[in-house]
Design a protein around this ligand. Structure first.
Ligand code: ZN
Length: 613
């Protein structure tokens, strides 16, 4: 009896760690913004209802004040002037900003449930000591008055971007930091990636009526604003000198908007009812290509819905702005003067972030590879699909769309610059290591996973991951667990090697000798990272056989579907060498090749192929 009580007391808390006790905080913002286009400043009133769903009592909160990064001497400025390979968009530009060109967010007052609070500004973070601690399950209301100044466009946000877009308004309001099972994410704004709290936004922006706008969310007073948002038979209304745009967005992690005097707006309802907006400055470099986007994006959306899960929001807006391509909920800011191929490429990539960031909201600061990498993985497949449909003139259709990333990562892993994917995105030593890790290795994480478990369980797993974790904050373990459940294979080793280390893959063929009327093939593991191995034996008569060597720690085998293969015994990861037999006589062999489908990121290719002398 005593033992039983011990077991119950001890086991119950362990069992409760996992998805069942998953929790996340909630924010509901109402903001009234009064924008002064002469001063490039805006007054804001923010009412924020914050619900603490955590099991912890909170006695402080943090807000991001991102615009403060665009001031000489800020952490972003210092970092961009001292990193070995600066982002050319930033470089030394922040240091050169004058008083009227810098950005800021000044908090004039902050109250909690009507009582004034003490707070301290530390660069881009507002530290707030609460008057009344927030108990688990309780809500509180913060009221803030603030003044913002829009910086000259340096990175993502700002005024007067290089294509002349007036206001790219991203990371523009005091935004509550996320608190999750890992604690507070009060990351100073250095340059890369974000983590946001799920919630609802109502944002009313009062501005000179010469400016046209696109934003996260749905425009509530569309008939009063016009500009292509109004109902079908509604004429463009006459506007007063200043007009208030009333936006609402449900269940998002951020809110962005863009305004410009020269914008034009085209829209199309996609096959599934999603409203797609395309907002740009008309001109020689833009109009013809932007007018081709609605049809192309509708075809892309069909493929995206089918392969990565259904798009979860009623609307999506592609808008000219920013400094390249940057994703936000229900909207992306992209520079618009591009070739059609580049324009489509960036539109696809940024929209795909609506899956891998704005539905599956990973903590991008910690797991930038889970949004940039997975987005890159899907984008490559979507672009290939559009090429097969002939929608992008001159685009090549590929057999293995992920071969480029696989080779790119394999080469980079030998450069001496690689850092583990588990590095916080702001803390990589170089921009190159961040980029190759997050985009390229992050994409290979998925394509290689498909190689390990097989196409069918992988594709089912990808949809199940989306379905299970939508509108939450999944972690690396969550996608691995889903793939384990779909495949029946243990995959913890894959995550541990590929995410937490820079150990690389290299297998080689050592020897092939005639034995018992067949041949004995000897392999070696040269790299530290173990993998299941596939070996193709090509015969001189044109036929071939594929051999499959799983790892012992997988405790299961790949699903080859209809593909024929010869099962070999497990290869324990502790063993550097391995031998197997083929019935094919050595003298009948034309060639032997490790990883014939080129899906494994093997860093040395010379030792992957064997041919008789
Ligand atoms: Zn991206």
């Amino acid at each position: 009896m005593k033992n039983l009580i011990f077991v119950v007391l001890f086991i119950v808390p362990l069992l409760s760690i996992g998805q069942d006790c998953y929790w996340q905080q909630e924010v509901d913002y109402k903001m009234d913004i009064d924008f002064d286009v002469d001063k490039h400043q805006f007054k804001g009133k923010q009412v924020l209802k914050y619900t603490n769903n955590s099991p912890d009592t909170l006695d402080k909160v943090f807000y991001h004040l991102y615009f403060n990064a665009f001031q000489p001497g800020s952490m972003m400025d210092e970092r961009s002037r001292t990193i070995q390979d600066p982002d050319p968009r930033v470089g030394e530009r922040i240091a050169a900003l004058t008083e009227s060109e810098i950005g800021f967010q000044k908090v004039n007052s902050l109250k909690q449930d009507g009582k004034s609070l003490d707070y301290v500004v530390e660069g881009t973070i507002l530290e707030v000591k609460l008057d009344k601690a927030i108990l688990p399950g309780a809500s509180t209301v913060f009221e803030m008055d603030f003044l913002g100044q829009v910086p000259l466009q340096i990175r993502r946000s700002g005024r007067d971007n290089k294509e002349g877009v007036d206001y790219s308004m991203t990371q523009w309001y005091p935004k509550l930091a996320e608190y999750d099972f890992m604690g507070w994410s009060a990351n100073p704004y250095i340059g890369r990636e974000f983590h946001g709290v799920w919630g609802d936004f109502e944002v009313n922006i009062k501005m000179d009526s010469k400016y046209k706008m696109g934003a996260t969310g749905m425009l509530q007073n569309a008939d009063k604003i016009g500009f292509g948002f109004q109902g079908e038979n509604v004429e463009q209304p006459k506007l007063k000198k200043k007009v208030t745009w009333n936006w609402k967005a449900d269940n998002v992690i951020d809110f962005a908007w863009v305004a410009d005097r020269d914008f034009t707006h085209i829209s199309k309802k996609a096959h599934d009812g999603t409203m797609m907006n395309f907002i740009f400055q008309p001109g020689e470099e833009t109009t013809e290509k932007w007018e081709m986007l609605p049809e192309i994006m509708d075809e892309a959306l069909k493929f995206m819905n089918a392969n990565y899960g259904k798009y979860q929001f009623p609307q999506y807006t592609f808008i000219q702005g920013g400094d390249g391509g940057m994703e936000y909920p229900m909207i992306t800011l992209i520079t618009g003067e591009r070739s059609l191929g580049s324009l489509v490429g960036v539109c696809i990539h940024e929209w795909m972030h609506s899956w891998y960031q704005f539905t599956l909201a990973t903590n991008e600061s910690l797991y930038s590879w889970m949004d940039e990498g997975f987005t890159s993985f899907a984008s490559a497949e979507i672009m290939n699909h559009l090429a097969t449909k002939g929608l992008i003139p001159g685009a090549r259709v590929r057999d293995n769309v992920h071969a480029g990333s696989t080779m790119g990562y394999a080469m980079f892993s030998q450069s001496g610059m690689e850092e583990a994917l588990s590095t916080h995105s702001d803390h990589y030593n170089t921009n190159t290591a961040y980029g190759r890790g997050s985009y390229t290795k992050g994409s290979v994480f998925l394509s290689q996973l498909e190689y390990i478990i097989g196409e069918k369980p992988f594709r089912k797993g990808l949809l199940r991951y989306y379905d299970t974790w939508k509108f939450k904050h999944p972690t690396p373990n969550d996608i691995i667990r889903i793939m384990e459940k779909e495949s029946g294979i243990e995959l913890d080793w894959y995550k541990e090697y590929f995410v937490y280390t820079t150990k690389f893959i290299d297998y080689g063929i050592v020897d092939v000798i005639e034995s018992n009327g067949g041949s004995k093939i000897s392999l070696e593991r040269v790299g530290e990272m173990p993998m299941p191995v596939e070996v193709l034996i090509k015969k001189k008569d044109g036929s071939s056989e594929l051999h499959y060597i799983p790892m012992r720690i997988m405790r299961g085998d790949k699903d080859f579907g209809d593909q024929k293969f010869v099962q070999q015994k497990d290869w324990p990861w502790t063993h550097r060498s391995y031998e197997f037999m083929s019935k094919v006589k050595a003298s009948d062999i034309e060639s032997i090749r490790i990883d014939p489908s080129l899906r494994m990121a093997d860093v040395v290719m010379d030792n992957n192929e064997w041919m008789p002398k």
